[in-house]
Design a protein around this ligand. Structure first.
Ligand code: SF4
Ligand code: SF4
Ligand code: SF4
Length: 476
């Protein structure tokens, strides 16, 4: 992915032991360990982790300039968790949410021979599994084995269609040609893929062309990553805030242009939502309920088993080789701060803080405080404007209890949908059923919904709904 070194436990716990204080450097500007420890007892209703990214290794066949995990061929896998330790952690994660979206990444995850075993283990439990890779190792045989393991999609990194730029940025001669050939193989195998591009001054003018190419190749989404200065990327500068603004406006236009065909998203730059709310007219992006989800619905596991809020935010909430996932997820002071703490600086006084909130990883990289301001933003909020609230009644990531009667088959079908879209699907299916006077939701009603309207924000169903739905119709 642009971030596979880039944007998702011991088989038996030997005794619970006390919750260790997280090894997380604290900036006292807006939040302290003491505050968070107090808040731990106050907040036991932890949110659901809908997306978990797992950097399985620091090994990689490339050495990209911006890599947040500083991956490279010189790593030998030292400290990396083995298969059994990964499976044990995975079981703990799946116990908390079996239908999460699991992003298996690296480094380059294809260097791990047990990638398919881990993917299959999660998929069998009900997770939607995707893989983030630079694409170079995606041979026909590897694509087939990933698909057999239940992998639903792949994210590949393409920073430019000019080899002189892509290969230099990724530090690998011939890397672009290899990745493009892999994209052709993904198309041939009909495995859904996402194109990830890291934005720099060197490819700033290529964004439109890359999006057009991605749409032409049939990508599910074009994700543009804005630099977070962490890992090897701490030596790089992102674009100045004013240029970020221009690119975000381009992305809003691209999202409209490709709507129904391919999703277009900004990554690590939730300021996109400010542009979406400022623009007139409806956008499917209004369905997004979360600001930056890190530590709230999203977390990352490092190759060594540490849990952090997101791949770009290296502050450690807990060590999964020593503590159960559930406990760290529910209790860690860092997660409590991200869920309940007040943002500082411009983000704290901004009327868009509930729909944007800034990139917490960038705030941490630039200020040492995960609740600090995201200074890649050009907006200087006056601080006296009415809070902009999410529009949808239920947004992605929200839960929604069924209000109509659902047959067992329909409920089973619903439970196989990734948890982060389940609330939205529940509401839309019930609205559809009510409009037609149906008293209950069964498989036939769900199939009718599928035929009649898009379930997701895009007219094209994303892979995780497409296939599950097709399987259900086959069975019905
Ligand atoms: S391909 Fe690049 S960004 Fe991805 S893990 Fe390897 S070095 Fe890092
Ligand atoms: S000031 Fe912060 S919350 Fe407001 S739009 Fe900018 S990044 Fe988002
Ligand atoms: S901190 Fe939030 S916005 Fe930034 S990269 Fe992580 S998930 Fe994305």
């Amino acid at each position: 992915m642009s971030g596979h070194g880039e944007d998702p436990v011991g088989a038996v716990w030997g005794g619970a032991g006390p919750l260790p204080i997280p090894d997380f450097p604290v900036s006292p500007s807006s939040w302290t360990v003491a505050d968070a420890e107090m808040s731990m007892s106050a907040h036991t209703d932890a949110p659901v982790p809908h997306v978990v990214a797992w950097n399985l290794t620091r090994r990689c066949n490339l050495a990209c300039s911006h890599c947040y995990i500083s991956a490279g061929a010189w790593h030998g896998g030292e400290g990396e968790l083995g298969t059994e330790a990964c499976r044990a952690i995975l079981d703990q994660v799946l116990e908390v949410n079996p239908s999460l979206l699991l992003i298996l990444s690296g480094g380059e995850p294809l260097v791990r021979d047990d990638l398919e075993e881990l993917a299959a283990h999660a998929a069998e439990a009900g997770a939607t599994v995707v893989v983030g890779t630079n694409g170079i190792g995606l041979t026909d045989a590897r694509i087939e084995s990933l698909m057999e393991a239940g992998v639903r999609g792949v994210a590949v990194s393409v920073d430019s269609l000019r080899p002189e730029y892509h290969d230099r940025f990724r530090h690998g001669g011939g890397a672009l040609a290899d990745t493009l050939a892999s994209v052709d193989r993904l198309v041939a195998h009909e495995l859904d893929f996402v194109v990830q591009t890291t934005l720099t001054r060197g490819n700033r003018h290529e964004v439109n062309g890359l999006a057009a190419w991605a749409a032409d190749r049939g990508a599910v989404s074009f994700n543009l990553y804005f630099l977070v200065p962490t890992g090897r990327g701490d030596r790089m500068k992102g674009l100045p805030p004013e240029e970020n603004e221009e690119v975000l406006e381009e992305l809003v236009a691209l999202e409209e242009r490709y709507r129904g065909r391919m999703m277009v998203r900004s990554k690590c730059q939730p300021q996109l939502m400010r542009h979406v709310f400022e623009a007139t007219g409806e956008s499917p992006l209004h369905n997004y309920r979360t600001r930056c989800p890190c530590g709230v619905h999203y977390c990352r596991i490092t190759p060594e088993g540490k849990l952090t809020p997101c791949p770009y935010l290296p502050a450690v909430a807990g060590d999964l080789t020593r503590e159960p996932f559930r406990r760290v997820w529910e209790k860690a002071a860092l997660f409590q701060a991200l869920r309940h703490g007040e943002l500082g600086g411009r983000c704290g006084r901004c009327e868009y803080r509930e729909v944007c909130g800034g990139c917490r990883a960038r705030a941490y990289a630039l200020t040492g405080d995960p609740l600090g301001p995201d200074d890649s933003c050009a907006y200087d909020p006056p601080g006296d404007r009415a809070l902009v609230r999410p529009r949808g009644e239920v947004g992605y990531g929200d839960a929604a209890e069924p209000e109509l009667v659902w047959t067992e088959g329909a409920r089973n079908r619903l439970n196989r949908i990734p948890s982060f879209v389940r609330g939205v699907v529940t509401k839309r299916v019930e609205a559809f059923a009510r409009e037609r006077g149906y008293q209950a939701v069964d498989l036939e009603v769900m199939a009718e919904v599928r035929r009649a309207l898009p379930v997701d924000f895009s007219k094209r169903l994303p892979f995780f709904l497409e296939r599950a739905d097709a399987e259900e119709v086959d069975r019905a």
